[in-house]
Design a protein around this ligand. Structure first.
Ligand code: HEM
Length: 276
């Protein structure tokens, strides 16, 4: 029952289906590292494990570190990122919900559909060629994970739902319209969110549904921090050519990135969206 209550907090929505979900998730994760209580009340405590590392204020900050990441962190709650989160946490009464194998598979299917949209645009748009065949790419890994879920749990492979379908369409339109600055905001948020909050979701699902098995979705070839640094440098090289106005268009797109990326989490909170 404790688990059910926690999961209710974990997956209920607040900010674009993300914040209560994430704050509880963060707290749940911090429990294992800090052996804090697992009661309902504990989900309201700030998670020590998620404190941000000290920032070197002497170094000149890049666009990502000074603006784009900052815009994203503002949309996290204090529970998710105690030093940087600013979004309001709604303390709402919620129905406990424990996601099923089907829910998680639907989440993976929609995630893959969105990653496919990113990869297709990157492969077709010359200005984005530096992101081709990136170690952050997830489509192939998700393919094997979806196959695994379908076979292991005898699930019928779900069709892509509304959350994934709609968000993939946003990505394709931005790419095809030449809205590179906006596209890069989505790219950064979607791929980097998966390396932070996304991995926490993975750990939770792994212990809840997979007997601690780690899916390929959560594996990267090589040192993830180095991979992220290298992709950040690629983004910075593009941003270096931008006007102030293009930079603003990029950071201003952050809320849309949260809406699209956060929307996929609804599958794990009992709010699975019907196919379109
Ligand atoms: C399930 C919900 C989520 C949780 C639990 C979560 C949690 C976190 C945490 C703990 C961090 C690390 C903060 C730090 O550096 O100390 C982070 C970073 C970040 N999150 Fe989230 N987040 C969630 C959803 C999202 C969403 C929906 C987006 C946007 C689509 C997003 C975008 C980012 C970005 C861009 C970073 C910075 C990554 C980096 O610096 O490497 N997050 N998140």
């Amino acid at each position: 029952m404790k688990t059910a209550i926690l999961l209710g907090f974990l997956f209920r929505t607040n900010y674009y289906c993300v914040t209560s979900f994430s704050s509880s998730l963060v707290t749940y994760e911090s429990r294992s590292r800090h052996a804090t209580a697992t009661t309902k009340a504990s989900v309201l405590l700030p998670p020590l494990a998620m404190s941000t590392p000290p920032v070197d204020t002497t170094a000149e900050k890049s666009f990502i570190d000074s603006e784009l990441r900052g815009a994203a962190m503002k949309l996290h709650t204090r529970f998710q990122a105690p030093k940087e989160g600013q979004a309001k946490e709604k303390k709402i009464e919620i129905e406990p919900y424990v996601p099923t194998h089907e829910d998680y598979t639907a989440f993976l299917v929609d995630s893959q559909y969105v990653y496919q949209a990113f990869e297709d645009i990157v492969n077709n748009v010359e200005e984005l060629s530096v992101f081709r065949n990136s170690p952050l790419d997830r489509v192939t890994r998700l393919e094997s994970d979806i196959d695994f879920m379908v076979k292991e749990f005898q699930i019928q492979k779900p069709v892509v739902g509304k959350a994934g379908g709609d968000y993939a369409e946003v990505i394709r339109q931005l790419g095809n319209n030449g809205s590179i600055a906006e596209f890069i905001c989505h790219y950064y948020n979607f791929y980097f969110a998966h390396t932070a909050g996304g991995r926490m979701i993975g750990k939770k699902m792994s212990s809840l549904l997979l007997n601690k098995k780690t899916l390929e979705f959560y594996n990267w070839d090589g040192d993830l921090n180095k991979i992220k640094e290298s992709v950040k440098a690629d983004i910075e090289a593009i941003v270096a050519e931008w006007s102030k106005e293009e930079k603003k268009r990029c950071t201003d797109e952050t809320a849309a990135a949260f809406k699209g990326g956060g929307g996929l989490n609804s599958y794990l909170s009992g709010g699975g969206q019907s196919p379109h």
